[in-house]
Write a protein that binds this ligand. Structure first.
Ligand SMILES: Nc1ncnc2c1ncn2[C@@H]1O[C@H](COP(=O)(O)OP(=O)(O)O)[C@@H](O)[C@H]1O
Ligand SMILES: [Mg+2]
Length: 244
């Protein structure tokens, strides 16, 4: 953790445009303007190291979700470029917007490449459920899950798709405090797994969540500020100071 935090501080001070072998994602001078003339991203730069849990904060309308849609390939950059080592998977604020099939297992199967045998795919489903604390729920109807369980299932679906980067867009905004902590701790554990840690970029409005981040940055006026530790950004925001 300490090493990751040192890395992120160093990275924040360096140019984010320098290619970096350990980077999972490079966003290089990306701009986006909506048809109504709203310039939401303005030569935005971002580099995400792997692995780790990286967090972004920013006021409503500052362009965070637009940036995620660009990284996930749902929108094309109007200028600049985005380089991702492996495809990214989006997790929305509301899991009901992405859980499609009736049971937990069938929903996860949907995201696994069909080139694998059915046994391999079922093993993968079980493994992803286990990783999110949903052991034995493959046949459970999704509508019987709690909000926190649904959100963890959505994250399991992102894992099942073998994405290199999880993009979590305010994943705890609709959850009660206990489910919020469970979801955050599940993702934190995945990002610090001793054998195959993953990389996640997490948008939050809950400042206490920043304590769990390996690095955090603030988005405003279409750009992302320098990386800092989550605790430092939380303290700065709580004391009313901004980096701009
Ligand atoms: N599909 C869209 N068409 C037009 N404007 C949009 C669209 N999606 C988002 N916007 C606008 O882009 C701005 C940034 O939105 P968004 O990326 O959702 O911000 P955030 O996630 O930081 O709250 C807002 O002003 C929003 O109204
Ligand atoms: Mg948003």
């Amino acid at each position: 953790m300490r090493k990751l935090q040192q890395q992120v501080v160093a990275n924040g001070l360096a140019s984010p445009l320098i290619p970096d072998q350990d980077a999972e994602l490079h966003v290089d001078s990306v701009s986006h303007c909506w048809p109504n003339g709203d310039h939401v991203l303005n030569r935005c730069n971002l580099t995400i190291q792997r692995p780790g849990l990286w967090m972004l904060v920013g006021s409503n309308g500052s362009g965070k979700s637009t940036l995620f849609r660009l990284i996930a390939g749902l929108l094309q950059p109007q200028s600049g470029s985005i380089a991702c080592k492996k495809p990214a998977a989006l997790v929305f604020q509301n899991p009901d917007h992405q859980l499609l099939l009736p049971s937990c297992g069938s929903d996860l199967l949907l995201g696994i490449r069909s080139s694998q045998s059915m046994d391999q795919r079922r093993d993968k489903v079980e493994a992803c459920l286990d990783q999110l604390g949903l052991h034995g729920l493959a046949t459970r109807p999704i509508h019987t899950l709690s909000g926190g369980q649904k959100q963890r299932l959505a994250i399991a679906g992102a894992l099942a798709s073998n994405a290199g980067l999880l993009l979590l867009d305010e994943p705890t905004a609709l959850l009660d405090p206990k489910s919020q902590r469970t979801v955050l701790s599940a993702v934190h554990n995945l990002c610090h797994d001793p054998t195959s840690p993953i990389t996640a970029l997490w948008i939050t409005h809950r400042l206490d969540e920043l304590n769990e981040a390996d690095g955090a940055a603030q988005m405003s006026q279409g750009r992302i500020g320098p990386w800092t530790t989550g605790r430092e950004l939380r303290q700065r925001l709580q004391s009313g100071r901004s980096d701009r």
